[in-house]
Ligand binder design. Structure first.
Ligand code: 5GP
Ligand code: MG
Length: 188
């Protein structure tokens, strides 16, 4: 069913998932992104993945980084700006902090979606304030919406239509993270 661009939603009789980016498209793009990161020549690299939404993207990207000849350390920070809702509350809070010392390190921040920019700007400001040397930001999806924070990602896998997406690590009410593709829920 993915071939024709739609998948039935398990348990959701009146909902369908429209495939926005296929697993194959994502895989190809990740290989290109890994080459871009490798070209940046960031030694002593620390990957800081923003949980939860980026966990699958980060897992795939760090394996591609290995393929591109890099050996990054990997850490996670759990940030929340969405609270079981499809609209942003505005505030960003740290639910779980990085364990690594970032002072003097080159840091690659990975997130799932850049929308208002608040989450990525918060993470970048935090890591910068802790004394990171160079910070590179990479997001899976960039939504074409006005930013609340003045930030653009250094690397973007895909420009995404301004719709609520799930899958490939991203959720709606804790569901759909397991999907190997990025999809958009539509009512039938
Ligand atoms: P921002 O802080 O840039 O407004 O929002 C970024 C965060 O909001 C992302 O890391 C993601 O967790 C969440 N988000 C934004 N748009 C979507 C969406 O379409 N689907 C899902 N599942 N999360 C989203
Ligand atoms: Mg997020």
């Amino acid at each position: 069913m993915e071939d024709c661009g739609h998948k039935a939603v398990p348990g959701g009789a009146d909902m369908q998932l429209e495939v926005v980016f296929t697993a194959e498209q994502i895989g190809e793009r990740i290989e290109e992104l890994a080459q871009e990161v490798a070209k940046a020549g960031l030694d002593n690299l620390l990957v800081a993945a923003i949980l939860k939404g980026s966990f699958i993207f980060a897992a795939d990207l760090i394996r591609a980084l290995h393929g591109a000849g890099l050996a990054p350390e990997v850490d996670f920070i759990s940030l929340a700006s969405y609270r079981k809702s499809t609209t942003s509350s505005g505030a960003v809070e740290i639910l779980r902090d990085l364990e690594s010392e970032v002072r003097g390190r080159n840091v690659l921040i990975i997130d799932d979606i850049l929308e208002s920019g608040r989450t990525l700007a918060f993470a970048k400001d935090l890591i910068s304030a802790r004394g990171a040397s160079k910070i590179m930001t990479c997001v899976l999806l960039d939504k074409p919406v006005p930013r609340a924070a003045d930030i653009e990602a250094d690397l973007v896998a895909f420009r995404c239509p301004d719709v609520f997406v799930v899958g490939y690590g991203m959720d709606l009410g804790h569901k759909f993270r397991e999907l190997p593709f990025v999809g958009h829920l539509v009512e039938q």
